[in-house]
Design a protein around this ligand. Structure first.
Ligand code: ATP
Ligand code: MN
Length: 481
C-alpha cells in the first residue's frame, strides 16, 4: 500500500474539508496534550500551510498506551482517521484518529528546537531544523510565493528569463568584491611557496602567467551580478531578466548583507531611466500585493509576532506613487535636516543606510527613487548625464530596509564607455576581458536600462524580519557557512 493512499495535505484539507471520509495525514507533531478522560490531542503540521491539524486520539484506541507517549515535538507520524467538525473553538475540523503510526521518533531530551522559546540567533545554529518552526516555515512559503510572482510578473510583460553564468571571467564589474574560483593547489603553494603545476614561486607571480595553469586558463570568480550578460540578451531578445544566486566577498556584518544572495535583474532594450523607474515601481507593487493576497495567514503571523506595522507598510506601498528625487536634492534635504547622523553627508559621497532610511521613513514617508548620482560613486556602465558629473542611476529606497533596488540606464556610447572604464580605474587586463561588452555598443547598440533587486531584501521588507540571515534558508556570511 502506498504511504500516500487517501493522503491529504493539511492545506487542502482545511480549505475544503471532506467530512466523514477516510483520510490520511502525514506530518510532524508540534504539541501533544492529554485530557483527564485520557483522550490525546495532537497538533500535527505538514508544512503545506501555516495551520496545524488537531488530531484526536480516543482512549479506546488499542495502540494508545504504546504510541501516545512517543508523540513528542518533532515526531513524524502517519494518522488514519475521519475528519469531523471540531467541538473546540480554535479550529473548524479535527481528525478523529483510527490509528497512528510513528514514522520517525524524536527524543525530547535531544531535540534542539523543542518546547522552550528560542531566539532567531540560536536557531541559526540549526538551519536544518528551523523550517519546522512557525516563523521559518512562514518565511519559506512567502519566499516561494514571491519567487513564483517574480516569474509571473515578467512573463505577463513578455520578458524572457535568461540563465546567466555563475562563474565569470569578467574583471571589475564595479559591484563589490568577488570570490575567486580556482583549482590551483593552494595548500601546496602555501607549503612550498610554489604551485605544483606551474612551478612558479608564490611570491608576487605575474598575474597572467600564474593563472594560465588554472582550470580556465585565467583568473575567474563567482558572479557579483548577471547584468552584463543580461545586456547581451536584452540587445537580442528585447526584454529579459535573470533570477539566480549572486556572490559578494564583502566583509559586511550588517543586517542586510549576505555573501550569497539571490538577485532579480531585468534588462530592457529601447528603454531609458524613466521606463526603468516605472518597471521598478510596478514590480515592487506587484510583489507586495501578491504577498497580501496569497499569504494572508503568514502575513497575519508576521504582524502579530514579528513586526506590528508590516501589513500597513505593504498597503502603503500599494496606495501611493513612489517619490522621485535627484541625489542632489536628497543631499540638500539631509543637510537641512535636524537629525544627527553617524556619517556626515556631503555631495559626492555614497549615502549610508541611516540616510536612506531617514529619506524614506521620515522625510518622504514613502518609497523613494533617487536618481542622477555622482558618477564617481557609481559603476562604469551607467549613462553619463549631460552635466558630465552625474549618471543615470537609480536606487529605490523603502522603509525598514533602505536600498532595495539599484539600477540605471546603461551607457550606449562606446567612446564614453571606454573613457569611463579608464576613469574608474579598470586596468588594460580588465578592459580586455570586457571587450565583448563593448561589442554590444559597436554593433547595434541601443538605449537600454535595467536594475537589480536583492531578493532577500525583498523578503525582509515583506515579512518585517530584522535580519537578512533569517530570510534565506542557509545564510552565508563572513566567517560562517
Ligand atoms: P549596498 O549599497 O546596500 O551594499 P549595492 O549598492 O552594493 O548595495 P547593487 O550592486 O546595486 O548593491 O546590487 C543590487 C541590489 O542587490 C541591491 O539594491 C540590494 O538589494 C542587493 N544587494 C546588494 N548587495 C547585497 C548583499 N551583500 N546581500 C544581499 N543583498 C544585496
Ligand atoms: Mn546599489
Amino acid at each position: 500500500m502506498t504511504q500516500r493512499l487517501n493522503r491529504l495535505k493539511i492545506a487542502t484539507l482545511l480549505a475544503n474539508p471532506p467530512l466523514h471520509q477516510p483520510t490520511v495525514v502525514l506530518g510532524w507533531v508540534r504539541t501533544r496534550r492529554e485530557s483527564k478522560a485520557g483522550v490525546a490531542f495532537v497538533e500535527v503540521n505538514d508544512g503545506s500551510t501555516f495551520d496545524n491539524l488537531q488530531v484526536v486520539i480516543p482512549a479506546s484506541w488499542s495502540g494508545y498506551a504504546e504510541i501516545v507517549p512517543l508523540l513528542h515535538t518533532g515526531t513524524a507520524v502517519r494518522v488514519e482517521g475521519v475528519l469531523v467538525p471540531s467541538e473546540g473553538g480554535r479550529q473548524a475540523v479535527e481528525l478523529q484518529a483510527g490509528s497512528v503510526t510513528v514514522l520517525g521518533e524524536s527524543d525530547p531530551l535531544q531535540y534542539p528546537i523543542g518546547k522552550q522559546k528560542i531566539s532567531y540567533e540560536t536557531l541559526r545554529e540549526y538551519t536544518h531544523l528551523r523550517p519546522r518552526t512557525n516563523t521559518f516555515g512562514a518565511i519559506a512559503r512567502l519566499r516561494d510565493v514571491l519567487a513564483a510572482e517574480v516569474h509571473g510578473f515578467f512573463r505577463a510583460r513578455g520578458f524572457r528569463w535568461v540563465h546567466t553564468p555563475v562563474i565569470t571571467g569578467n574583471d571589475a564589474e564595479g559591484a563589490g568584491k568577488a570570490f575567486q574560483v580556482t583549482t590551483l593547489d593552494l595548500e601546496g603553494i602555501a607549503a612550498s611557496g610554489r604551485d605544483s603545476e606551474t612551478g612558479r614561486s608564490g611570491k608576487a607571480p605575474d598575474h597572467k602567467d600564474f593563472f594560465a595553469k588554472d582550470f580556465f586558463g585565467k583568473a575567474v570568480s563567482l558572479t557579483v551580478s548577471g547584468q552584463l550578460e543580461a545586456e547581451a540578451y536584452a540587445l537580442s531578445l528585447g526584454d529579459v531578466y535573470t533570477f539566480g544566486p549572486t556572490f559578494r566577498a564583502e566583509n559586511s556584518h550588517t543586517s542586510r548583507h549576505l555573501a550569497e544572495f539571490w538577485m532579480v535583474e531585468p534588462e530592457m532594450a529601447f528603454a531609458d531611466l524613466e521606463d526603468d523607474m516605472e518597471l521598478a515601481e510596478a514590480f515592487l507593487k506587484h510583489l507586495c500585493r501578491a504577498a497580501l493576497e496569497q499569504c494572508p495567514r503568514e502575513m497575519a503571523f508576521f504582524k502579530e509576532r514579528v513586526e506590528p506595522t508590516v501589513i500597513e507598510r505593504l498597503e502603503a506601498i500599494l496606495a501611493a506613487p513612489f517619490v522621485r528625487m535627484t541625489y542632489t536634492e536628497a543631499v540638500e534635504h539631509l543637510k537641512a535636516s535636524k537629525e544627527t547622523f553617524e556619517y556626515p553627508v556631503e555631495w559626492g559621497t555614497d549615502l549610508q543606510s541611516e540616510h536612506e532610511r531617514w529619506l524614506t521613513e521620515k522625510y518622504c514617508k514613502a518609497p523613494v527613487i533617487l536618481i542622477d548620482y555622482p558618477k564617481d560613486i557609481k559603476a562604469f556602465y551607467m549613462k553619463v548625464n549631460d552635466d558630465g558629473r552625474t549618471v543615470r542611476a537609480m536606487d529605490v529606497l523603502v522603509p525598514h530596509i533602505g536600498e532595495i533596488i539599484g539600477g540605471s540606464q546603461r551607457e550606449e556610447r562606446v567612446d564614453v564607455l571606454q573613457a569611463r572604464m579608464k576613469e574608474m580605474g579598470l586596468d588594460d587586463h580588465a578592459i580586455a576581458s570586457l571587450d565583448w561588452y563593448l561589442d554590444l555598443r559597436r554593433f547595434g547598440g541601443a538605449p537600454h536600462a535595467g536594475f537589480g533587486l536583492g531578493f532577500e531584501r525583498l523578503v525582509q521588507f515583506v515579512s518585517g524580519m530584522a535580519n537578512i540571515r533569517d530570510v534565506i534558508p542557509f545564510p552565508r556570511t563572513p566567517g560562517r557557512i
